[in-house]
Every structure is written in C-alpha cells, then in structure tokens.
Design a protein around this ligand. Structure first.
Ligand SMILES: C[S@@+](CC[C@H](N)C(=O)[O-])C[C@H]1O[C@@H](n2cnc3c(N)ncnc32)[C@H](O)[C@@H]1O
Length: 425
C-alpha cells in the first residue's frame, strides 16, 4: 500500500484557518482579519464570531476594540498592544495584562472574554455599561480601554477600592507614580499594621507613633496605588510567605514600568478612554446605589460563587489591616447568609432581587451577559445556570444564548462556567 504524502501548508496558520472560515461565513470576502494564535477553545471562536458579526461593517473601529483578533485589515489591533504589556501569570492574550494583574483577587473573569461580550452588544461611545458585581473591576478596565463609559457596583469596600486603583492607573503617568520613594511608602503603611485603623480605606489617622504621611499634597490616587501595592505584598506574605518588602518592590516597579509603556502607547494611538464610576453599593438595590432607572445600555457581570467560596475568609488579612468589619460585610454579601440548604434558598432569593434590579436599570432592548458556574455545595451540584434562566425569564428577560466555557485550574472545583445572554424586550 502506498502511503499518501500529506503536504502541510507552509508559512500559514493552518490550525486557525478552519476556525476562521467558520467565523467568516456570510461576511464579505473583503473583510481581512487574523485571529490570535492562541484562540483554540470553542467558546473563544464563538465569541470571536459574535464580536465580528456586530462590527465587520466598521473595521476602523473594530481595530480599536477587537478582543480575539491580532490583525484587522493588516493592522495590529489595540488588544495586541494592550496584552503585550504583560502582567504576572498571564495566559496568552486572555488575562492579567496591563493593570488586570494588580492584586491576586481569586474570582476575576477573563478580560478578553468581557471585551468580546461588550463588542457583541454593540455598545458605542456615549453609551453606558454596568457591572453590578464588579469585584476587582475587570469589566470597568476593559470598558475604559475601548472608550465606553461604565459603572461598577460592589458591596465590598475593598473591591471598590481595588477597581478604583486599577481603572485610575490608566490615567496616571509614571512620573506621578514615582513621586514617592518606595521605602518611605512601605514604612508608612507598615507602621499601621496591627493597629486597629479607624480609617478603613480612607486616610490613616496619624499619631505620634506613626510616621508622617509621604503623600501629603499629592494626588490621592498615588496614595491609593501604594496602598494597594502594600496589600498585594500582604496577601503574598499571608499565602506564600513571600517577604513583604521584596514583593512590594517587585510589584510596584513592575506596575510603574507597565504604566510607562502604556503612557507612550496612549499617545501613539491617541487613545480615547471611557469614563468610569465605582460605587460601593448593593446589586439587589441598584437604584439606591445611584444607578438610574432604564439608564444602562448593557450589563456584563459575574455574580458571586460565594456559596462555595468564602471571599471574606480569603481576604481576612486585608480586612483586618484596613479595619473593615467582616461580620457587617457578610450580612450584605450574596451567597454567605444562612447555613446548609437555607443558604441556597437565600442565595436564590437574593439573586432574584438582583435580576429584578438589573432589569429595572437596563434600557429596553439592551443586553445582559451573566457569567456563572454550577457549583457544588455540600456534595450536591446546584443547577444555578438553569435556575438563573428561569428567574430572569419570569422577571421579563428573554434568553438569547448560552455559551459554555471550560475552566482550567481548580477555582471552586468547577469544570465549566456558562455565559448566559439575556435581552430586555
Ligand atoms: C465573582 S465576583 C466578581 C468578580 C469580577 N467579575 C472580577 O472580574 O473581578 C462577585 C462579586 O460580587 C460581590 N457581591 C456580593 N454580594 C453583593 C451585593 N449584594 N451587591 C454587590 N456586590 C456583591 C462580591 O464582593 C464579589 O466581588
């Protein structure tokens, strides 16, 4: 028997070609795009197809916002440049770039995926995105980068602080960040360790026993950046016993380096970023948090998985340092109230309130994307995805699509999470 020789195409990205053919079905042949080499999962191809379907008629704009494409019309996309500003533990083009890596928050979603969802929704400049469970601020950073205004709401003051620093950093220059000596900043925050702080995330109250603040007269965003650097070092010390000073210096200088690169890039691209508001509030009562009725053009969010993961326990060292009362917070966090099956019941009740609240603040015909996984609680798998669809539909949402995403790594012992897409009719 003669063996047929297979000739592999040379100099071509033959792995991605069949995927690209599928993505481009029904789109004019003149549309010239190249996927990132690491697009390999089915959900990534789905999202790449969805974002292109909303933007292929305006490729000049798509270059600026595409998430899964390396090139559009032969030009490198902005995502290529942003994701080139590498952060710790980055995987390909999907996460941890620019300011996303700043603080090892456990429940972040992938920024690349979020950007594609915002694109699919077709949000344009002047329109407003909301993340009512904004966590570490991933969606807010992405919205800013593509010029969309956004509002983030989170009940945890440390989360709103983190989101603020990560979105504010995009406006700061390296010169501003270098205005304080590392050692002085570190010693200043260290002097408050172990003291019960009245200040929480505001300014620390200086006493005779603490050094004078090196941040007097400076933009408060500089203080907040160094405080987050300190909390990052504290987290690493708590979990991996990394020396705090070593971690502080490494992270701070790496972030300043990233901001230097981004500063130059902003000028080169003439980048117009979206505005952002971060609010400390409750997703179940968004109007009370200051989000207007029917004022929002799109929602992207990931509600707490905290029924299975105790976020408070994870960040207890931070709360202690900042003087935040964990018990007071526990009562407001969705997913942490009650015990055993009672906890599950209260979780779904709270989420029903949150869905109603999201529905009320959304404009008609606007979209809402919810990322969630079916966690296992006390040995039983909860059909959270199905329950959310039923709850949202009862309120009036129309379900549009369900995308499944595999999870690598062990977060909450999930194999998959789901992106549920709704529309307010
Ligand atoms: C899965 S995390 C979101 C992570 C976020 N997508 C990110 O990329 O960082 C869920 C968030 O919901 C917040 N949360 C819990 N209960 C809340 C409530 N009642 N209102 C607003 N936020 C709440 C938690 O503090 C947590 O930050």
């Amino acid at each position: 028997m003669t063996q047929e020789k297979i000739s592999l195409p040379r100099n071509r990205d033959y792995m991605a070609e069949p995927i690209l053919d599928w993505i481009l079905e029904g789109i004019p042949r003149s549309v010239n795009v190249k996927l990132f080499d690491d697009v390999g999962f089915i959900y990534e191809a789905q999202l790449a197809k969805m974002e292109l379907s909303s933007w292929w008629r305006n490729l000049d704009e798509f270059v600026k916002r595409a998430a899964y494409y390396e090139q559009v019309n032969g030009e490198k996309t902005y995502h290529y440049h942003f994701s080139d500003i590498k952060g710790k533990d980055q995987i390909g083009r999907s996460n941890q770039y620019l300011t996303h890596w700043y603080y090892p928050y456990k429940a972040k979603f992938h920024p690349q995926m979020i950007k594609a969802l915002i694109n699919w929704m077709g949000l344009e400049k002047g329109q407003k995105l909301l993340d009512p469970f904004s966590g570490s601020g991933t969606a807010l950073v992405e919205a800013r980068l593509i010029g969309i205004d956004s509002i983030g709401v989170d009940v945890d003051p440390f989360c709103t602080f983190m989101s603020k620093v990560k979105t504010d950093l995009l406006d700061l220059s390296p010169q501003q960040l270098e205005a304080v000596e590392f050692k002085t900043a570190f010693e200043y925050f260290k002097s408050f360790k172990g003291k019960s702080s009245e200040a929480g995330l505001g300014r620390f109250v200086e006493t005779n026993a603490t050094p004078k603040s090196p941040f007097h007269g400076l933009d408060e965003r500089i203080h907040d950046f160094y405080l987050l650097s300190y909390l990052y070092a504290l987290s690493d010390y708590t979990y991996i016993k990394r020396k705090m000073w070593t971690g502080f210096v490494e992270n701070t200088s790496r972030m300043i380096k990233s901001i230097r690169t981004f500063d130059a890039l902003k000028r080169q691209l003439n980048l117009q970023m979206g505005g952002v508001q971060v609010k400390n509030g409750d997703a179940r009562f968004l109007q009370q948090a200051g989000v207007g009725k029917e004022s929002i053009d799109g929602i992207v969010t990931s509600p707490p998985y905290s029924i299975a993961v105790d976020y408070i326990a994870l960040d207890l060292h931070t709360f202690k340092y900042l003087g935040i009362d964990p018990q007071g917070l526990q009562d407001k966090l969705v997913g942490l109230k009650g015990r055993h099956q009672e906890r599950v019941r209260i979780y779904f009740e709270d989420m029903k309130l949150a869905f109603q609240s999201m529905y009320d603040v959304l404009k008609r015909r606007a979209y809402c994307a919810v990322v969630i996984g079916d966690v296992t609680f006390e040995g039983k798998k909860l059909s959270i995805t199905q329950k959310f669809i039923e709850t949202a539909e009862k309120i009036g949402f129309r379900s549009i699509n369900l995308i499944r995403r595999p999870i690598l790594g062990g977060f909450a012992r999930l194999r998959y999470e789901y992106i549920i897409l709704f529309q307010k009719p």
